[in-house]
Design a protein around this ligand. Structure first.
Ligand code: 7RM
Length: 635
């Protein structure tokens, strides 16, 4: 029996038991057998959740790109590593073999070096889903630079905040991007952002749309001519196990985004291990995750996890609705996809369209279907199972977070019997706990509480960049000695977990985590706005949509309301991005507040979801009369 590849349920239970009885021996065995180390570790694990401090494989030396690329060259040199499918179905797909990937990453790494990037420097990557995105990520890792990918749908303000927060010297971008029938001027967004970022010395620009853009002399360089001149070999920087690999920003419930910092060895071991088991990847399979590399799902399960296993991983530039709603299934047929991993919001959007878009294509290559990002509702689960998987493909409902680096709760296909809406059982090495309001663990099956993890797993984020105190406060202070996820969960009679959703002020819209605070900050910048509060309400495609309650200043009272609504959404688009736009905006005379001045979002949430039969205790409100009025005028 191998710990590395679970093939049936008894094996899962055996492996799981071993993994919690002796986590260090368990992960040591996985690390030993499946990776290439320049130097072996001295200690497998050192941890203290009260500080908090977590170190895996201390003393080990490695480079993650040697594990993702070089060590496959001999046996898989001509195998496709990255299969790029462009936005436009008329443009040819590109197969990048492991050998070609080695050359392209090496050249790119040499360009980074030539432009003065050294180990430990931060590099912001703001690119669409084109091969240069994965290649630049790997090129950073090759030389020990810390990459921070910013999703190319974010606005210039959001980009500038992230550039400044991590102190990046370089930005990698493209002239523009394609998505569906739209062309976006990415370089223009970067130029706007950089007005606020004096420390950026270099901008590398990949050519994609060939639109005319402006290049700033001395700062901006076209990528291709530099690559053409670069050496095709680049010795990998030797990294310590706990050296930072990347920073990825995620929204918090308050204020600034949190730069989650992941380190090298543990992240590599865990993403590789979970990729192999959760997707049951076999040598000649073609695996496709539809996420963008700008999110953690793309980092762990498009780039690092698959490549560490020598897999063929698909990168799709486009949208599920372009040129029509059959695009995903056309790609599945075209590339004979074996594992397909997407988000519930995409499934719901496609399920609303004619079934012909699905039945038109041959989906018989599919073996495993996955979902991630938010709870999947029963209807969407069945549609996915019946029409995409033809009832033959296990659905892996994978629960995890930017902070966890990899999948923590998920069925293992062909081992764990699935159950709609349940993420089911913890991955080996993961020890979940449900906590009650008093901070006590609820033992036994059949429980409902806040989801915590009791013991470190190798890919847990090690800190928030530049703010360790916030890391401690956010994740390790709510429940003593535990990592708190921010999610609520149920456990059924056999111990299966069902994630019920966020219990903090993060709202998941179409699978994107949005903190309420940054959106409110953006709205409040509008000159006519005095104060605002955002809540989520159920939406049949997006999962949640945003409902904004806005108090106008006296000067705003006379303004046309429809124009104001447009301007408010415009503010949000500029500060955060179009994904954070409000579906409904209600102008209110006041917001329900506690005596300590905290907005009672619970009440606003109920009004927004038209569930006002029982508003709960409003006696602690400073201004109970405002609730009546908000209810009367609600949308
Ligand atoms: C991977 C990712 C994290 C939050 C998390 C949950 C929610 C993710 C599921 C899920 C129910 C799932 N990272 N979430 N997966 N909820 N079932 N299978 O999405 O940092 O962007 O979001 O997403 O609330 O805390 S993330």
């Amino acid at each position: 029996m191998s710990n590395y590849h679970i093939k049936h349920l008894e094996e899962y239970f055996q492996v799981y038991r071993k993994s919690v009885q002796n986590p260090e021996a368990f992960w040591e065995e996985v690390a030993e057998e499946h990776f290439f180390w320049r130097k072996r570790w001295d200690r497998v694990l050192e941890w203290d959740f009260t500080k908090p401090e977590i170190k895996w494989f201390e003393g080990a030396q490695l480079n993650i790109t040697e594990n993702c690329i070089d060590r496959h060259l001999r046996s898989r040199g001509n195998k496709t590593a990255i299969l790029f499918e462009p936005n436009d179905p008329g443009e040819a797909a590109e197969h990048i073999t492991y050998r070609q990937l080695h050359e392209r990453v090496s050249k790119f790494a040499n360009v980074l070096k030539e432009k003065g990037i050294k180990k430990g420097d931060r590099v912001i990557i703001y690119l669409p889903m084109i091969p240069e995105l994965a290649i630049s990520v790997l090129a950073c890792a090759r030389i020990g630079a810390i990459h921070s990918v910013v999703f190319a749908g974010f606005s210039s303000t959001a980009l500038a905040t992230r550039i400044n927060d991590c102190g990046a010297k370089m930005v990698i971008t493209s002239d523009g991007s394609y998505r569906g029938n739209k062309t976006i001027d990415l370089k223009g967004i970067v130029d706007e952002a950089l007005k606020q970022c004096p420390h950026v010395e270099t901008v590398l620009v990949a050519k994609r749309t060939k639109e005319k853009i402006s290049m700033k002399n001395g700062r901006d360089h076209w990528l291709q001519p530099l690559l053409d001149k670069a050496y095709a070999d680049c010795v990998a920087e030797i990294m310590e196990a706990e050296d930072p690999l990347f920073i990825l920003y995620t929204s918090g419930s308050t204020g600034r985004p949190k730069g989650m910092m992941h380190t090298t060895a543990g992240y590599m071991v865990y993403t590789a291990y979970t990729f192999k088991n959760v997707f049951q990847y076999r040598e000649d399979d073609v695996y496709w995750c539809t996420a963008d590399i700008g999110w953690i799902t793309g980092h762990s399960y498009i780039v690092y996890g698959p490549l560490a296993n020598g897999a063929t991983t698909v990168m799709f530039e486009g949208a599920p609705s372009y040129p029509d709603f059959g695009r995903f299934w056309e790609i599945v047929q075209k590339h004979k996809i074996n594992q397909f991993y997407t988000a519930p919001t995409a499934i719901r959007a496609l399920a609303k369209e004619s079934l012909d878009f699905v039945t038109k294509y041959d989906l018989s290559s599919l073996k495993v279907l996955g979902t991630v990002g938010e709870p999947i509702n029963e209807e969407a689960w069945h549609w996915y199972n019946d029409h995409v998987g033809d009832k033959k493909c296990p659905i892996v409902d994978t629960w995890w977070q930017t902070e966890t680096g990899g999948i923590l709760i998920s069925p293992i296909p062909y081992s764990t019997p699935t159950k709609p809406t349940y993420a089911t059982l913890p991955v080996p090495g993961v020890q979940p706990a449900l906590m009650d309001e008093n901070g006590k663990e609820i033992k036994g099956n059949q429980a409902d509480g806040r989801l915590c993890i009791k013991f470190p797993w190798p890919s847990i984020a090690r800190t928030i960049w530049g703010d360790h105190q916030r890391y401690k406060d956010t994740y390790f202070s709510a429940f003593e000695g535990m990592y708190f996820t921010g999610d609520g969960a149920l456990r059924d009679e056999v111990g299966y977990y069902r994630i019920t959703g966020r219990v903090d002020d993060v709202i998941i819209v179409s699978g994107h985590n949005l903190g309420t605070a940054p959106i409110e900050d953006a709205i409040n910048e509008h000159p006519a706005v005095a104060e605002s509060a955002i809540v989520g309400f159920p939406h049949d495609v997006k999962g949640n949509a945003l409902y904004g309650y806005v108090i106008l200043k006296e000067t705003g009272e006379s303004r046309d309301r429809d124009n104001l609504k447009k301007e408010i959404n415009q503010m949000i688009t500029e500060h955060i991005g179009p994904i954070a736009k409000l579906d409904k905006i209600q102008f209110v005379p006041g917001l329900p507040k506690t005596r300590s001045g905290k907005i009672m979002r619970r009440i606003l949430r109920k009004i927004a979801s038209k569930d006002t039969s029982n508003l709960g205790d409003t006696s602690t409100l400073l201004n109970p009369e405002v609730v009546e009025q908000i209810m009367k005028e609600s949308l």
